[in-house]
Write a protein that binds this ligand. Sequence first.
Ligand SMILES: [Zn+2]
Length: 77
Amino acid sequence: MDTKEILKVSKVFKEGSEYIADCPHCQKLVGIEGELNEIKGEQFHHNGLFGCDGWFEVERNVRRVDSINELVRETKA
Ligand SMILES: [Zn+2]
């Protein structure tokens, strides 16, 4: 998949001080730092040791799910 394309993230899971999303490029979990109202509509780069170098945007109407399993299962379904 083209990592230069900015893909949308529609669900996040809060874990500790950060939010977790399922990267739309590589389907690995990626941490997003910041409060929910700060990350909405923002674009992030999946970088770091396990990053795929892809960009994604947290949708403005992003939904916060109650479990990390829900996050992964729904995204891959
Ligand atoms: Zn990724």
